[in-house]
Design a binder for this molecule. Structure first.
Ligand SMILES: NC(=O)c1ccc[n+]([C@@H]2O[C@H](COP(=O)([O-])OP(=O)(O)OC[C@H]3O[C@@H](n4cnc5c(N)ncnc54)[C@H](O)[C@@H]3O)[C@@H](O)[C@H]2O)c1
Length: 313
């Protein structure tokens, strides 16, 4: 069987899970873990795997790399790998700024560049795709993603860390682009935006209200689409779908509840990545998807900083 020779770059909170998948998948050959600081932990967990401090040390031994380093390093590492003809899986956000994303465009060429928008992997989107497509008329779209403070990713605003998942989901599910955004935010524990609500307007009159925060009192991850056909509510935490329409369901209630499969998102993403490389096919979440999400992040930040509605045209 053909295998992709891969290095995982960054062995922190998420990198150790990416390393576990890369070490276990049969179409990957984990060549090395690149980690300048946390090397002892890698050596303890993977005594037979090479550990280096810099990606350049293993550049000649790999076909591809998985970047799981702080967002501020994504542009430099992705550029370097693409310039060396390597395929790249880059964790979200693709880059720290939209200017960096634009500079990356010419470097992709025929390489696979997949972006880690892992929330795409919920089985709910497959189960609901026909129902989402059948909705006509204006929609009120809502995504809540907040939790009590955990102290992670405080080097960036909640927009880059959390909301970016939902900006990608909004485009993926609604299949249309917003025309303007107005955001309001709060700096609660850190000096950055810890809790943000962004309201996007669409040409057809639809609205998307996305709230992301790391200083809430509750842990909520939920998506809702309200239209004249009724309501679809997905609890992303409990893996449940709730549907309601104008008429009763067979069991004489107005709400139908169902469970969906809880999946290993990182495993799915890595399988997709190696399959794209080995089959020469387009990545499931590509450069354009990563770029659009970072663009919307930049516009939400602009609205927060100016305290005004911002055009997206
Ligand atoms: N898809 C998701 O749901 C999800 C979840 C969490 C984090 N992330 C993303 O993953 C990335 C990493 O997040 P994290 O929470 O694991 O961060 P982290 O700080 O826990 O780990 C980052 C690791 O990268 C190492 N590192 C820094 N510079 C490096 C370099 N040049 N080369 C190699 N290693 C380097 C650090 O020493 C650290 O061990 C972030 O971009 C974050 O947005 C995505």
């Amino acid at each position: 069987m053909k295998k992709v020779n891969v290095a995982v770059v960054g062995y922190g909170h998420l990198g150790r899970w990416h390393t576990q998948k890369a070490a276990g998948l049969e179409n990957a050959n984990l060549v090395a873990v690149v980690e300048p600081f946390n090397q002892a932990a890698v050596k303890e967990a993977y005594p037979k795997i090479k550990v280096v401090a810099d990606i350049k040390e293993v550049m000649n031994e790999i076909d591809a790399a998985i970047i799981v380093t702080p967002t501020s390093t994504h542009f430099e590492l992705t550029s370097l790998l693409l310039e060396n003809n390597k395929h790249v899986f880059c964790e979200k956000p693709l880059c720290a700024t939209y200017d960096e994303v634009v500079l990356l465009a010419d470097k992709v060429g025929d390489k696979v560049l997949q972006v880690g928008h892992s929330e795409r992997c919920h089985q709910a989107w497959e189960l609901l795709s026909d129902k989402f497509a059948a909705i006509t008329g204006k929609r009120t779209f809502k995504i809540d993603r907040f939790a009590p403070f955990k102290g992670r990713a405080t080097d960036v605003d909640a927009v880059q860390d959390l909301m970016i998942h939902d900006l990608d989901l909004m485009l993926y599910i609604l299949k249309m682009s917003p025309v303007s955004v107005s955001a309001i935010g709060h700096k609660i524990i850190t000096s950055k935006w810890d809790h943000v609500t962004a309201t996007f307007s669409f040409e057809d009159g639809s609205e998307a209200i996305i709230t992301s925060g790391r200083n809430h009192v509750k842990e909520v991850r939920a998506l809702e689409v309200m239209s004249d056909s009724g309501c679809i509510y997905v609890d992303l935490f409990a893996n449940k779908i709730y549907e309601g329409s104008s008429s009763k369901f067979d069991d004489d209630t107005f709400v139908k509840e169902s469970n969906y499969e809880k999946r290993d998102h990182l495993l799915i993403e890595q399988e997709q990545f190696y399959n794209s490389i080995l089959n020469n096919s387009a990545p499931v979440v590509n450069y354009d998807d990563g770029a659009k999400a970072v663009f919307l992040v930049s516009k939400v930040m602009e609205s927060l900083d100016k305290s005004e509605r911002v055009s997206l045209k």
